[in-house]
Design a protein around this ligand. Sequence first.
Ligand SMILES: O=C(O)[C@H]1O[C@H](OP(=O)(O)OP(=O)(O)OC[C@H]2O[C@@H](n3ccc(=O)[nH]c3=O)[C@H](O)[C@@H]2O)[C@H](O)[C@@H](O)[C@H]1O
Length: 434
Amino acid sequence: MPLSHMDNTPPKFKPEKSPYNHNRFKWHIAKLTFWSFMFLGLILVFFIQSPSATSSSSSTSSDLTRRSLKTSSWGGPVWEKRVKSSARIRSRNGFSVLVTGAAGFVGTHVSVALKRRGDGVLGLDNFNDYYDPSLKRSRQALLERSGIFIVEGDINDDALLKKLFELIPFTHVMHLAAQAGVRYAMENPSSYVHSNIAGFVNLLEICKTANPQPAIVWASSSSVYGLNTKSPFSEKDRTDQPASLYAATKKAGEEIAHTYNHIYGLSLTGLRFFTVYGPWGRPDMAYFFFTRDILKGKAIPIFEAANHGTVARDFTYIDDIVKGCLGALDTAEKSTGSGGKKRGPAQLRVFNLGNTSPVPVSDLVGILERLLKVKARRMVTKLPRNGDVPFTHANISLARREFGYRPTTDLQTGLKKFVRWYVSYYGTGKKSDQ
Ligand SMILES: O=C(O)[C@H]1O[C@H](OP(=O)(O)OP(=O)(O)OC[C@H]2O[C@@H](n3ccc(=O)[nH]c3=O)[C@H](O)[C@@H]2O)[C@H](O)[C@@H](O)[C@H]1O
């Protein structure tokens, strides 16, 4: 019909009354009702079968701004098969170890080392976005190549933890999942309570009722020495003046460990790590982002203490830390409880794992400049009051005596390995790399 012949007056409506049309109308209604029910039914079935609905695996309530803790999905025969295969022990007298925080820096290295010697290793990680999750995914891919499966979930998810302990009688838990970083605690305090306190308690609750109860080795921190001035730091020193909420939650963890050891007979070993660095490290740590920013030609803030005092750290190379972790696992005695009840006294330990030679942060920058062959744009700044302490220095005689812990990597050697990894992973950012 040509456009000019169309008029805009509404057509006169004439109701159709034939029996045929009436039946057709009823038929349409019935069809509509049928499909509506089908649709609702499908939604219901999907909801009931979804693991997040059945397993209460949502990531809890606390304020986890910036952290996309996505709801984990777990369960089902394929998933269970992967869990069992990853945790299978492949050497005589080997352990079966649950490694929490397996996609983290220390977690990845420890998992590989355990697997390499024939232990069964199952990882657990929530892949939060405290720092670039793609780095965690790359570490996950690395672990997968070694036959290690990382279950995606949070240590606060008790249904998930129960399921894992139902499937695997873990002999040990290497608990490395935590909210790390001393300065970020002022930005997001609840994330520290969520992971380092609530998560730790949840894990211990599950461990206490597991049969057999596993022995637990977990990551405390050098930061528990807080504002102490006596050096080097010894396990016998006071730890009641933390300078950051991070340190306070790690100290709380040590007290919580005491309680679970005392009431339930859990064997617990806390490891006070001293500023761990190395390949596959954490991008929020100074040595890591200094490297990135030096390469970019960006200024780096170097903290100095009061009266132009030096700020120094007992930087400890990852391979030395891994040896310490394995030493602690190998000397951990069995937990003594069963059925949630203590049956006798159990082991409770805490060790410093440091390098024993503090290095000023400005020297760290000097080493990086030489390795990267780029001059840093140094911006010396007063140590902010944000949780940092002026220095750390470990006395490691206890770990040496108990399991022969002997760090062998100096900062120059360790940073060389880190820079080699960094450049192979990210490139130098120079034009020739792109
Ligand atoms: O041993 C631990 O238990 C902790 O070690 C690590 O904390 P730290 O020793 O503070 O490491 P890191 O931030 O790399 O700062 C290194 C140095 O650079 C200085 N620093 C830092 C930032 C900056 O912009 N400028 C600067 O000079 C800064 O003053 C410091 O002297 C872990 O992050 C923490 O999770 C925990 O495991």
